[in-house]
Design a protein around this ligand. Structure first.
Ligand code: ADP
Ligand code: ADP
Length: 233
């Protein structure tokens, strides 16, 4: 489903020098997995995650999602491939001047949904994430957990195959985090969406991931079943 082959990412550091943020990462992630990437700040997790939807192109190596090599795509085919890949963020990234329903509808419009199909899909997906009664609220009127539910609704509305999660619970309290992780688990189990999640929190990995890659200084230094790598409590 997802294959990274020797992925390297360099950033220009000025004066003809560069920083290597990701170094020689090779991974295969199977359809239906909840795959975690853990590591301290600066380890390269976010950069690596962004190569999975071509927000970041690798300097070397290849990223293939669903048989499509992202690094070879441009223009319309790239946009189409990206629509198969949803993403959620630590700080939710909602549009503050739009209601909850409009935030979700926006992604469906962008994906080319017919106007008549949008409202029923928005209603359905808000029901699924437990926000049926918040459709006409604005993000500022919501709690952090509710905002992340909107982020999840927006990310999965267009039936993606993959959901990328960038520190999805790092801005939330413990109890709210547990509820959001439970929702992600349900989405994975019920909709069959493959989840790739990055976090600096070991507890997040232990609570929902099947397999984990540990990153340090741009490299994957450990890879395996969560159960084998970290004994569960
Ligand atoms: P993590 O998500 O694990 O905290 P990042 O992927 O954000 O790590 O960062 C990895 C390294 O790449 C860090 O050294 C960071 O400073 C550097 N980096 C990340 N993004 C950029 C960028 N846009 N330009 C230059 N350097 C960057
Ligand atoms: P915009 O100015 O962004 O076009 P609209 O008011 O037309 O805002 O809303 C955008 C879409 O959001 C609508 O086409 C509709 O499908 C959806 N929408 C708005 N409110 C709701 C709601 N309460 N329940 C479900 N869908 C809604």
């Amino acid at each position: 489903m997802i294959e990274l082959e020797n992925v390297c990412v360099d950033f220009d550091a000025g004066q003809g020098r560069h920083t290597r943020a990701v170094e020689g990462v090779s991974l295969k992630i199977a359809a239906g997995e909840i795959f975690g990437i853990v590591g301290t700040s600066g380890a390269g997790k976010s950069t690596l995650l962004r190569t999975l939807n071509a927000l970041q192109q690798p300097s070397e190596g290849r990223v293939t999602v669903n048989g499509v090599t992202l690094s070879t795509l441009r223009g319309a085919p790239l946009r189409k491939a990206r629509q198969r890949i949803g993403m959620i963020f630590q700080h939710f990234n909602l549009m503050h001047t739009r209601t909850v329903a409009q935030n979700v509808a926006f992604s469906l419009k962008a994906a080319g949904w017919a106007r008549a199909d949008i409202a029923p899909r928005v209603a359905e997906i808000l029901h699924l994430v437990g926000l049926a009664d918040k459709a006409n609220r604005f993000p500022v009127q919501l709690s952090g957990g509710q905002k992340q539910r909107v982020g999840i609704a927006r990310a999965i509305a267009n039936h993606p195959d993959v959901l990328l999660c960038d520190e999805p619970t790092s801005a939330l309290d413990l109890e709210t985090s547990a509820n959001i992780l439970e929702l992600l688990r349900e989405i994975n189990a019920q909709l069959g969406i493959t989840i790739v999640l990055i976090t600096h929190e070991m507890n997040v990995i232990k609570s929902i991931c099947d397999r984990v890659a540990v990153m340090s200084a741009g490299k994957v230094v450990e890879l395996g079943d969560v159960f084998d790598i970290f004994a569960r409590p």
